[in-house]
Design a protein around this ligand. Structure first.
Ligand code: 3PG
Length: 212
């Protein structure tokens, strides 16, 4: 799969901060069963790599690593079974490592200069981060002018109640967000409800076919 394929799978990518030793297979199944197959596990907790390894084994789940900051973390994430890599920003060293590893890569950008550095690497799919505090939708619309063929996954400050506005912009293929799993949540019933509602969102602005 390319990063474009991955961004088309569902309108929302849950951004997961997994603490401790939870039922991560059950969590992955809850998301998959409710229509969100692409899952980003952030490397912000000691157990994140173990969680990726366990969730990657769940049928139908497409599990990637987020908050990947350098090539060493990229290697560790790949070794754990990550199918894609998300970073909060764009560095040359990480971009080179991701391209060399031929892994779908979604680096964060917030400015025109960031996007131009990404384009220099041959990248044209980015996480717009942190989306709400980097100027929100007006900033994304302004960036989409000069960079018409670039596609975004805005993340940061996006919730159930504003995701639809972002998904109405033609350059937005999906959004990311941590609202689907609350910190410490162990009963996944409510997670399933949130996931189902998120999976029902549509990319109303996109000119390509909607998520399948
Ligand atoms: C991220 O790492 O992408 C963000 O922390 C997610 O942002 P959110 O918590 O505002 O959804």
């Amino acid at each position: 799969m390319t990063i474009d394929d991955i961004m088309r799978v569902a309108p929302v990518i849950p951004v997961l901060v997994l603490d401790g030793d939870g039922d991560w297979e059950g969590l992955a199944r809850t998301f998959v069963d409710n229509g969100l197959k692409v899952l980003e596990v952030t490397l912000r907790t000691p157990g994140a790599l173990a969680a990726i390894r366990r969730m990657a084994a769940v049928d139908g789940a497409i599990v990637g690593a987020g908050t990947v900051l350098n090539p060493a973390q990229l290697d560790a994430a790949l070794e754990a079974g990550s199918r894609f890599i998300v970073a909060p920003g764009l560095t040359d060293s990480l971009a080179q490592a991701a391209i060399a590893a031929a892994v779908p890569f979604l680096p964060g950008v917030a400015t025109a200069g960031d996007i131009m550095r990404g384009l220099d690497h041959g990248l044209d799919h980015f996480k717009f981060f942190p989306a709400e505090t980097s100027g929100g939708l007006p900033a994304l619309k302004a960036l989409a002018g000069p960079f018409g063929r670039v596609r975004f996954c805005p993340t940061g400050g996006i919730r159930a109640d504003n995701a639809g506005e972002w998904l109405a912009h033609p350059s937005v293929m999906c959004v990311g967000g941590s609202w689907l799993l609350k910190s410490g949540e162990t009963d996944f019933t409510a997670v399933g409800d949130r996931a189902r509602a998120a999976a029902a969102l549509r990319r109303t602005g996109a000119n390509e076919a909607g998520p399948s």
